[in-house]
Design a protein around this ligand. Sequence first.
Ligand SMILES: Nc1ncnc2c1ncn2[C@@H]1O[C@H](COP(=O)(O)OP(=O)(O)OP(=O)(O)O)[C@@H](O)[C@H]1O
Length: 238
Amino acid sequence: MLLDVAGLKKSFGSIVVADDLDLAVAAHEAVGIIGPNGAGKTSLFNLITGDLAQDAGAIHFDGRDLANEQPQRRCRAGLGRTREIPQPFEKLTVFENLLVGAVHGRHKTEREAAQSCGEILEQLDLLKRANMLAGSLTLLERKRLEMARALATSPKLLLLDEIAGGLTEGECAELVATIRAIRGTGVAILWIEHVVHALFAVIDRLVVLNFGRKIAEGAPKEVMQRSEVHQIYIGIEA
Ligand SMILES: Nc1ncnc2c1ncn2[C@@H]1O[C@H](COP(=O)(O)OP(=O)(O)OP(=O)(O)O)[C@@H](O)[C@H]1O
């Protein structure tokens, strides 16, 4: 397995965000995560990337035990992530934003970084925006930039956190096409998303979290039909 999370535990006082959680993602696989607000989805990403320290359990990535690895070393090991609210350097250009990721996230030379960043901008349809300030982008472009910055660190696994939220149907379809293309290059994907139809257009497997617990896992459509999942998702599009 590329990512192997076993017996993960994390609480904030009485709030349990990871309750003996097991989760695995194989190389090249695309796995979706859904769950109600507060289920612990973003906390799980923070635990995987090292932004949060676990109380117990183990996280292995690409054969490495991440227990004592700082977030930057986890990034260099091949863990890329996007955040629910895009956080670009607003006063840098789109291109400069990527360079920062490539140079600091991956220790590339500026020359190597410049070439790969150009390719990523093209792949994410941002080349025409390369010299614009990140702060001037539309929401869809900001989401694309968020993915581009993560890709600039050459991830083996890309963690996407609610990347489709707030987009129009047409924009969402464009984003899905882009994520499928990224996956086509061999990058594994772990994607938290409330926009279920977007998720289902990409993923192989679905995991459902509630109160930090995994309550269901398996083939996406089959999982959505289980009564315990249905109960949680009444009122949310399937
Ligand atoms: N640093 C923290 N300190 C205290 N409580 C926290 C912290 N981070 C998250 N929480 C709490 O943990 C719970 C889970 O939060 P988390 O953001 O992981 O949920 P989520 O499933 O991603 O929710 P959403 O779908 O709304 O993004 C929430 O009740 C949240 O308030």
